[in-house]
Ligand binder design. Structure first.
Ligand SMILES: [Fe+2]
Ligand SMILES: [Fe+2]
Length: 450
């Protein structure tokens, strides 16, 4: 065999000609990566701060995913910078005050449309920056960066593939197109002052006067909002929580109660984002872990959504209360909220009542979709208990002190909680009466659900 001809050299990364183009220096590379990292960090932070005030159900879910991806990308970029003779890394320094201003303006988006159109603008700029970096960087000599940029670009494109139709849907009328275009042009002008995302473009002369929304401080809103499809937002009838635990009931009814519990979990990202937004100056690993958990909880809610849609139920008509995120966000400190989150997840670990019981209840119905959901939900919650143990338990000293703090916080909530009105106190019986005699639609059957 003639090895020289048949086996690709350079591990197949590129041609000799491509590898022979000198490319970026370490210093220039690090400067670019720090700017990209800063934008990723700010996008994460922007979505965290907008989670409660954003009403649209689907946007909350997608933002939960996107903020976690941004956290992952930031972590990969930090690690790569740390490999390039950089200690001290200064990753938490603002690389350019003009870049900071552009992202401060994004944070001040007024509506969901402005927020998503603005985020889309920055994601498009990021994609261009990755392409420019790929053009300048040597694919062999700087291969570890080249690799990071490839998978970051892949997920950036995935996020844009969601953002494009989402912005289109929010921009339903022509009267909304003009102000949105003006808002994006404003962000583009701010980024232009920074010499573009990478800082490599000539900045135009500074405008004599410009109006910046970020001249006023950003007001964090901790009251969760839901869009107009949802009503009976304060329904405190606890029947679903009692029903799934009641072994005397038919497993089928208990599994419907579990689907409902999953669906309601979108309130956890609302609550957890409030903790993150009010907990500055932690190591990046904290924000990464919290981002992962935020996405998992949104994913659990989506599991419930899938179960309802697959079985022909319009979940938006159910009372999905917001009391949990509302009360924790507005009546407790971030530490107390986190202690409660830990206490809940710690309490899900015993096999006879916790996540194992939920999975076994699913198994009793023979419904394959319910089993898969609760198999993974169980695995996720074990991870969440570990995340809580890592980040909140040390703040209180040990597990017992954290649980005690949570119990105290629950007591405060009981004292401070306002009286709620249940618009439909008998909703569970009405709902279950409609689905009791229906067979679960197997996951192997074709679904017409969106
Ligand atoms: Fe969950
Ligand atoms: Fe969890």
């Amino acid at each position: 065999m003639n090895c020289e001809q048949s086996i690709p050299n350079l591990a197949g990364l590129c041609t000799v000609r491509e590898a022979a183009a000198a490319g970026l220096s370490v210093d220039d590379n690090v400067t670019m990566l720090k700017r990209i990292h800063y934008v990723k960090k700010r996008l994460y932070d922007t979505m965290v701060r907008h989670m409660c005030r954003t009403p649209e159900w689907e946007v909350k879910g997608a933002m939960s995913l996107h903020l976690w991806l941004d956290a992952e990308h930031a972590a990969a970029l930090r690690r790569r910078v740390s490999e390039m003779r950089e200690p001290p890394l200064h990753m938490d320094k603002v690389p350019d005050p003009q870049l900071e201003t552009a992202l401060d303006e994004l944070l001040h988006a007024d509506t969901t449309l402005e927020l998503l159109a603005g985020i889309r603008f920055f994601r498009q700029a990021l994609l261009e920056a990755y392409a420019e970096h790929r053009r300048l960087s040597n694919p062999l000599i700087d291969h570890p960066t080249y690799r990071v940029m490839r998978f970051v670009a892949l997920e950036e494109q995935d996020m844009l593939d969601w953002l494009d139709p989402a912005v289109e849907a929010l921009q339903a009328s022509d009267s909304e197109r003009e102000p949105t275009a003006a808002w994006v042009a404003h962000l583009a002008a701010c980024l232009g002052q920074a010499g573009g995302l990478l800082g490599t473009e000539p900045a135009p002369p500074a405008p004599a006067q410009r109006t910046l929304r970020s001249a006023d401080p950003f007001e964090l809103q901790l009251v969760p909002r839901r869009d107009s499809r949802f009503s009976d937002l304060y329904n405190s009838v606890l029947s679903a929580d009692e029903i799934y635990r009641d072994r005397a009931r038919d497993p089928k009814e208990r599994v419907w109660a579990l689907f409902y519990k999953r669906l309601r979990e979108l309130d956890v990202p609302e609550m957890q984002c409030s903790i993150v937004a009010q907990t500055p100056n932690k190591p990046w690993e904290y924000y990464l872990d919290m981002g992962r958990q935020i996405w998992d909880e949104a994913r659990h809610s989506m599991m419930g959504e899938v179960a309802f849609l697959q079985n022909g139920v319009d979940f938006t008509k159910l009372p999905i209360r917001i009391n949990f995120s509302l009360e924790l966000n507005t009546l407790l400190t971030p530490e107390e909220r986190h202690a409660i989150l830990y206490e809940i997840e710690f309490g899900l670990m015993p096999g006879d009542t916790g996540k194992k019981y939920e999975w076994e209840t699913s198994r009793q119905t023979g419904y394959d979709l319910a089993m898969t959901m609760h198999d993974y939900d169980w695995a996720d919650e074990v991870l969440h208990a570990q995340i809580g143990r890592k980040w909140i338990v040390p703040q209180f000293g040990d597990v017992q002190r954290t649980i005690d703090a949570a119990k105290e916080a629950w007591g405060k909530l009981a004292e401070r909680r306002p009286a709620y009105v249940n618009e439909s106190p008998d909703w569970w019986d009405l709902f279950y009466g409609k689905v009791r005699d229906k067979e679960f639609v197997s996951s192997s059957e074709a679904t017409g659900a969106k």
